[in-house]
Design a protein around this ligand. Structure first.
Ligand code: SAM
Ligand code: SF4
Length: 327
């Protein structure tokens, strides 16, 4: 048991590490990446599994209890089962965020490591619209995998990025899907990821999303904040809806999240544009685990009070693609 904690200057304790294992993906969601992809990192420039494990052990010592694998699409990285198995021995909770296209080969593994949460991103329940948003014809495989996970009682949540005029007409269908299958559905505000990606035109705020749901489900009731990244709501007393104010950033005050990018950058905020480079540290024979631990603690002390303060440090109003940060 670790007694060390990663505390920042605003008394928040970082307990939840999101690990981006790759910036590559087999989908091309419009709000996340252009058709041609981004300038993907070269193999040698991303952390190896050994390096991720070494760094993860330090985070575990520093009090991190929960990790989430994300990306890019985590399951496109080769031998991801090896990493998942190791991480499950280091942390109480291992979660994964995935587009679910490649899940079918990993269901046994997810059961074996007793995965504590699988967040599946799906932005439409309609095949054609799914194709329009992701630019790939993967609706059937994704839906089959979702249903299989639900059937096998793997703890699943669905993530939908809500875009006005694109898929907001499906918000109610998603809530109904959640009620029917008894899974939480989380609605995410679309974040702009660069200057001209168009996400600003389709942006729908958390407040607008909850109003929209309440018109069909007047019993929608907001629960007291529990420190997580979403506001949670019940419908008919059931905890079915989450809304993630990714852009309006109303939950920064209780943020317990830190991030490790595929390229080994340690970020203390989704809105941070740069962080501490742990890749160069783990590859330098003169750098010890104690040095890395110190660098992590120093970074956490620099964590700003909110995502707005981080954003203010950026020169232009442009964000990196979520595929390089992991969302
Ligand atoms: N490929 C996996 C997936 O899609 O679940 C994991 C990585 S993806 C970057 C993580 C989450 O970020 C997904 O739920 C995705 O919908 C969300 N995301 C990506 N770009 C976003 C944006 N511009 N605004 C809001 N959410 C975004
Ligand atoms: Fe891939 Fe996830 Fe980005 Fe979609 S949101 S392109 S699935 S990384």
């Amino acid at each position: 048991m670790s007694h060390m904690k990663l505390i920042d200057r605003h008394n928040r304790i970082a307990k939840y590490l999101r690990i981006g294992v790759t910036d590559r993906c087999n989908l091309r969601c419009r709000y996340c990446m252009p058709e041609e992809g981004i300038d993907f990192a070269h193999r040698n420039d991303i952390l190896s599994y050994e390096e991720i494990i070494r760094i993860s052990k330090l985070f575990s010592k520093l009090g991190v209890e929960k990790v989430r694998l994300t990306g890019g699409e985590p399951f496109v990285r080769k031998d991801i089962d090896i990493l998942l198995s190791s991480l499950s021995t280091l942390f109480d909770k291992v979660h994964i965020t995935t587009n679910a296209t490649l899940l079918s080969g990993y269901i046994d593994l997810l059961k074996n490591i007793n995965v504590s949460g699988l967040n599946i991103s799906i932005d439409s329940l309609d095949r054609d619209r799914f194709f329009m948003i992701t630019r790939r014809d993967s609706f059937d495989v994704v839906m089959n995998n979702i249903l299989k996970c639900i059937e096998l009682k793997i703890p699943v949540k669905l993530n939908m990025v809500v875009m006005k005029g694109v898929n907001d007409m499906e918000v109610i269908d998603f809530v109904k899907f959640g009620l029917h299958h008894n899974v939480e559905v989380r609605f995410i505000e679309a974040m702009p990821f660069n200057d001209d990606d168009g996400n600003r035109d389709v942006y729908m705020s958390a407040a607008e999303i909850s109003q929209l749901i309440a018109t069909t489900f007047p019993s929608l009731h907001k629960l007291i904040a529990d420190g997580s990244s979403s506001d949670k709501y019940t419908i008919h007393g059931r905890p079915i809806v989450g809304i993630i104010p990714a852009y309006s950033r109303s939950l920064c005050g209780s943020c317990d999240r830190i991030r490790l990018t595929p390229q080994g950058e340690f970020l203390t905020c989704l809105y941070a544009q740069s962080g501490t480079n742990l890749l160069t540290m783990v590859r330098d024979v003169n750098v010890s685990d104690t040095d890395i631990q110190q660098a992590i603690m120093d970074s956490v002390l620099q964590k700003k009070k909110s995502g707005f303060e981080e954003e203010a440090l950026i020169n232009k109003n442009a964000f990196r693609s979520m595929t390089t940060i992991g969302g």
